[in-house]
Design a protein around this ligand. Structure first.
Ligand SMILES: O=C(O)C(=O)C[C@]1(C(=O)O)C=C[C@@H](O)C=C1
Length: 135
């Protein structure tokens, strides 16, 4: 079959697990929920990006921008979060920690590339002239 699925069509299959509970009546309903969630995810990624940009002010050089030990910490953290947030209903989502870690590896690579660019837009300051820290 080389045709895209019909968003308005009825279900074509069912899970063999008798306890499985469907989340929407059709594929259009599923996609509406996915679009809603993507909006929230991307809004948070944009908020995260601004903190990554600001992090450049606290680094001496390109190695510090890359901060590999911190990267490893972030990947382990999001993996653990994915395991914790994996829903208990409908059997959860198998391999969610791996999916989330892979996404974060791609995301952080992009964030680092931009942070390196932003680092190039900074200049060193002496401690006495440092920016004021917000409360
Ligand atoms: O924590 C930092 O130092 C950051 O710059 C943030 C961040 C991240 O996206 O989480 C980005 C670049 C570094 O590789 C490590 C982590």
């Amino acid at each position: 079959m080389t045709k895209e699925p019909d968003p308005q069509g009825g279900a074509l299959r069912r899970f063999r697990d008798p306890a499985y509970r469907p989340l929407a009546g059709d594929l259009a309903g599923i996609r509406r929920e996915i679009d809603r969630i993507d909006d929230a995810v991307v809004r948070l990624l944009a908020e995260r990006a601004m903190y990554v940009k600001d992090a450049a002010r606290f680094k001496h050089d390109a190695f510090q921008v890359s901060a590999p030990a911190r990267q490893a910490q972030v990947f382990a953290h999001v993996r653990a979060l994915a395991a914790r947030h994996n829903p208990a209903f409908n059997g959860g989502f198998e391999g969610l920690p791996e999916v989330v870690e892979a996404a974060y590896r791609a995301l952080v690579a992009g964030y680092i590339a931009s942070e390196q660019q932003y680092f190039g837009q900074t200049e060193p300051i002496s401690p006495s002239t440092q920016d004021e820290v917000p409360e």
